[in-house]
Write a protein that binds this ligand. Structure first.
Ligand SMILES: Cc1cc2nc3c(=O)[nH]c(=O)nc-3n(C[C@H](O)[C@H](O)[C@H](O)COP(=O)(O)O)c2cc1C
Length: 183
């Protein structure tokens, strides 16, 4: 599977990093300008540290990158964490950065688009935009870790959410709630 991962300037960069680490796929990374900033601020990491997990990283300014065109196939795009601002742009059909343009491509080509929104509280505008995107086929997956696995640490909460996102894309994970009772 070929996945494009966008990391924007919402809080929760660690969720993007964990998703990158765990996804067994051909991965391409796009960090927005504020994504770079929040990644460094919250985790101490830079794009350089993420390079080992991806085939290639592209600049968010580079609209000549292959995935800005629908002719270059990818299976899914995951924006994690996704800021309210990036979600708003996508909902309005704006594609003026590589992240928003690739999301626009995903929607028009009917490919999977998972938006791991990180914002709280949510304004009426953001809720309307999330609704619009959901109707257009995007998966709106607010960053919202579960507790039914009894996490012992923040790391485990982050891992659980990253695996949940992977499961949503069709990857096999063993995090189903009470799966043992199905045996
Ligand atoms: C430390 C920090 C944390 C932020 N957290 C959030 C957040 O959780 N959600 C959000 O929507 N915006 C957040 N922002 C604001 C976004 O970074 C800002 O709206 C930016 O323009 C988003 O651009 P981008 O989506 O292209 O990365 C945060 C900004 C900073 C500096």
């Amino acid at each position: 599977m070929r996945i494009i991962i966008g990391i924007t300037g919402a809080s929760g960069a660690v969720f993007g990093v964990e998703f990158l680490r765990r996804a067994q796929a051909e991965k391409f990374l796009i960090l927005s300008r504020w994504g770079h900033y929040v990644l460094k601020e919250e985790t101490g990491l830079t794009e350089h540290h993420l390079a080992e997990h991806v085939k290639r990283a592209f600049s968010d300014d580079d609209l000549s990158a292959p995935f800005a065109s629908g002719s270059n196939h990818f299976d899914a795009m995951v924006i994690i964490p996704c800021s309210a601002s990036t979600m708003a742009k996508i909902a309005c059909g704006i594609g003026d950065s590589l992240i928003t343009r690739t999301a626009q491509v995903a929607l028009k080509e009917k490919r999977k688009l998972l938006i791991a929104l990180r914002e709280t509280p949510l304004s009426t505008i953001a809720l309307e935009q999330a609704h619009k995107l959901s109707q257009a086929g995007a998966i709106i997956m607010p960053i919202s870790p579960a507790f039914y696995h009894h996490p012992k640490s923040v790391e485990q909460m982050v891992e659980q959410f990253a695996d949940r996102a992977l499961a949503t894309l069709g990857f096999e994970t063993n995090l189903a709630w009470k799966a043992e009772s199905l045996e």
